[in-house]
Design a protein around this ligand. Structure first.
Ligand code: HEM
Ligand code: NAG
Ligand code: NAG
Ligand code: NAG
Ligand code: NAG
Length: 326
């Protein structure tokens, strides 16, 4: 009897130390280890092969994860197509003719349905594909907690409320805070603009008539300005032309984004604004000097983003087709 009661504190400690964090976060690093052991390999191979055809797809996949998580949580709502009874998010302004990568997600899903049917959620696929996309672009690697489930709803109005390049940093920060993130995360996650492209209309206001001044944005580097004015002539039909978010190392996930901000070579007004704010400018300077610091902080922030509003346990479902509710 005495022996049993002496064990109690240890049993209690075991629960406290090992089980509490798991129960609280509700996601698990080894969630599919037994049920889908080839998961990482399948995702990595597909992202790699998509990148071999189209380098930009890496950036597009990372952005898809962001647009998923910021709209009713990381529940793959961004992947749902419109139906008679459901309005998806694909036609929301920040998404329409802009987000891409759906075919890659479909291919991963179909490979996974062959390897381990009805097991891996589309929300987890998006999260893992984003990690692989960054890693295969020479960026950081981080462990991805898994076990998200797929939602059965979407919100076009929330998607319309995604951070916009035309709003001030204060407004963008407020949106991050409303998702449980912090101002620091704005500076860190904006580092994703170290690869990929933006359409002219998302930064054209800086080129010709900045704030109604009739002139360009005075903070914009002059040689970048000249290049951008060639890519985006002052007429409406140039609105969908593309410019690289990082003109220096366009396809590489590195800290050049921050080096660009320091030399006024940020593309979006919302990017360059990070240098005009005391809190974020000191982060920008630090990341521009120490790539490892950026990589470490990015891994922390993106994992945090990947936990926004997740469905777990018996909530939601495992979609068979990422584009439609079962
Ligand atoms: C902080 C607020 C943010 C704003 C205002 C913003 C805005 C934008 C805009 C306007 C574009 C260009 C879209 C187009 O022209 O079609 C873009 C592209 C992109 N964004 Fe953001 N973004 C933000 C945060 C993020 C975050 C948090 C991530 C990911 C962690 C991200 C990843 C990307 C990537 C990778 C691209 C390039 C996509 C491609 O080439 O397909 N952005 N963003
Ligand atoms: C290759 O990339 C292009 C876009 O750049 C896309 O339209 C096409 O479907 C891709 N092909 C394959 C086989 O993935
Ligand atoms: C920023 O937020 C304020 C307060 O919510 C709002 O009144 C304003 O219109 C927003 N600015 C932009 C450019 O979205
Ligand atoms: C921000 O920094 C500038 C100059 O570095 C300083 O003049 C200003 O008072 C600072 N503002 C805040 C809110 O700390
Ligand atoms: C940036 O680095 C400096 C010097 O190491 C440090 O004092 C400062 O706190 C850092 N800034 C931020 C916001 O982390």
């Amino acid at each position: 009897m005495e022996g049993v009661s002496k064990k109690h504190p240890f049993v209690f400690m075991f629960y406290l130390v090992f089980l509490t964090p798991l129960v609280c976060s509700q996601l698990y690093y080894n969630f599919y280890d037994l049920t889908c052991p080839n998961l990482t390999r399948i995702v990595r191979y597909n992202v790699w092969s998509a990148m071999a055809n189209d380098t930009r797809i890496a950036a597009s996949l990372l952005r898809l994860h962001f647009h998923d998580c910021f709209v009713i949580g990381c529940d793959a709502s961004v992947l749902l197509d419109d139906t008679n009874t459901l309005t998806g998010e694909k036609n929301a302004l920040p998404n329409k003719n802009s987000i891409r990568g759906f075919d890659v997600i479909d291919k991963i899903k179909s490979d996974l349905e062959n390897a381990c049917p009805s097991t891996v959620s589309c929300a987890d696929i998006l999260t893992l594909a984003a990690r692989e996309a960054v890693y295969l672009s020479k960026g950081p690697f981080w462990a991805v907690p898994l076990g998200r489930r797929d939602g059965t709803t979407a919100s076009e109005s929330e998607a319309n409320n995604l951070p916009s390049p035309f709003e001030p940093l204060e407004n963008i920060t407020a949106k991050f805070i409303s998702k449980g993130l912090e101002k620091k995360d704005v500076a860190v996650l904006s580092g994703a603009h170290t690869f990929g492209f933006a359409q002219c209309f998302t930064f054209k206001t800086r080129l010709f008539d900045f704030g109604g001044s009739g002139k360009s944005d005075p903070t914009l580097d002059t040689s970048l300005l000249q290049n951008l004015q060639k890519t985006c002539p002052n007429q409406a039909d140039s609105d969908t032309n593309l410019a690289p978010l990082d003109p220096v190392t366009t396809n590489t996930f590195d800290n050049t984004y921050y080096k660009n901000l320091v030399t006024n070579v940020g593309l979006l007004q919302s990017d360059q604004a990070l240098l005009g704010d005391n809190t974020t400018s000191s982060l920008v300077t630090n990341y521009s000097k120490w790539p490892i610091l950026f990589f470490r902080d990015f891994a922390v922030s993106i994992e945090k983003m990947g936990r926004i509003g997740v469905l777990t346990g018996q909530q939601g479902q495992i979609r068979r087709n990422c584009r439609a509710v079962n």
